[in-house]
Design a protein around this ligand. Structure first.
Ligand SMILES: Nc1ncnc2c1ncn2[C@@H]1O[C@H](COP(=O)(O)OP(=O)(O)O)[C@@H](O)[C@H]1O
Ligand SMILES: [Mg+2]
Length: 235
């Protein structure tokens, strides 16, 4: 595990859906280094969500392999994939996916309840620290419906990161936000990457969002067509 700079490696990953044999992914090879912030770009339908779902263990490839944190995910049983996903990967969605009947604090606490044996007090301390980091410490008793879209996404980011996952996967996290809130969320992701060294893979079809990481991966028709470094002199 240690000494290996790569957090994630996809080898010749393909995904074909259903009776119509839609080739959502074709021969995808990708390496994500620890501490990097990769932006996955391309038009709607090019395969970004399919790729992120496979990376996050929410979906399985039709062929090829995904090596995450030194573990070949394709060799594991479903329940082991579920456990690794819960412990090591945080996911942020376009539509936030907060649980409407839970408060901000309860939403953010959930991954800790599911993946750790921490006491209520220890969980609360972590939740408050994370909410402070995303600037939502004054809303802990609010319900999602009482928050703006930008606030909901900041809470969702806190929930995704509260248990310190190795990887944050974000699928169009600004896709449902106005530009001011979108910029705020992107600034937060940049800060989490630079301050905490959080590894991030984010899909977006916005040029502004796509240039906020340290590499830009361009997809077309289920394939990666180019990968460019957008941050000079890193490392
Ligand atoms: N569950 C599914 N069943 C059949 N086809 C799917 C499914 N999910 C995605 N697709 C198809 O795979 C392609 C890639 O979709 P997607 O990964 O959602 O693209 P993006 O996120 O870039 O918009 C599209 O042609 C889409 O219609
Ligand atoms: Mg998508």
């Amino acid at each position: 595990m240690s000494g290996n700079e790569n957090l994630l490696e996809l080898r010749d990953v393909a995904k074909t859906y259903g009776e119509h044999q839609v080739q959502a992914l074709k021969h995808v090879n990708l390496v994500v280094r620890k501490g990097s912030f990769a932006c996955l770009m391309g038009q709607s339908g090019c395969g970004k969500s399919t790729l992120l779902n496979i990376i996050a263990g929410l979906d399985t490839p039709s062929s090829g392999s995904v090596v995450f944190d030194g573990i070949d995910m394709s060799a594991l049983k479903d329940e082991e994939v579920t456990r690794i996903r819960g412990e090591k990967i945080g996911f942020v969605f376009q539509f936030f996916n907060l649980l409407s009947t839970l408060t901000v604090e309860e939403n953010v606490s959930l991954p800790l309840e599911l993946t750790t044996n921490l006491s209520h007090k220890a969980r609360r301390a972590k939740v408050l620290e994370m909410l402070e980091r995303v600037g939502m410490q004054n809303r802990i008793d609010f319900f999602p419906a009482q928050l703006s879209g930008g606030e909901m996404q900041r809470v969702a980011i806190a929930r995704a990161l509260v248990h310190s996952p190795r990887l944050l996967v974000a699928d169009e996290p600004t896709g449902n936000l106005d530009s001011a809130n979108g910029t705020m969320v992107l600034d937060l992701l940049k800060e989490l990457n630079s301050d905490l060294g959080q590894t991030i893979v984010m899909a977006t079809h916005s040029q502004e969002a796509g240039s906020c990481g340290d590499s830009m991966i361009l997809m077309k028709d289920g394939a990666i067509v180019s990968q460019t470094s957008t941050r000079a002199g890193s490392d």
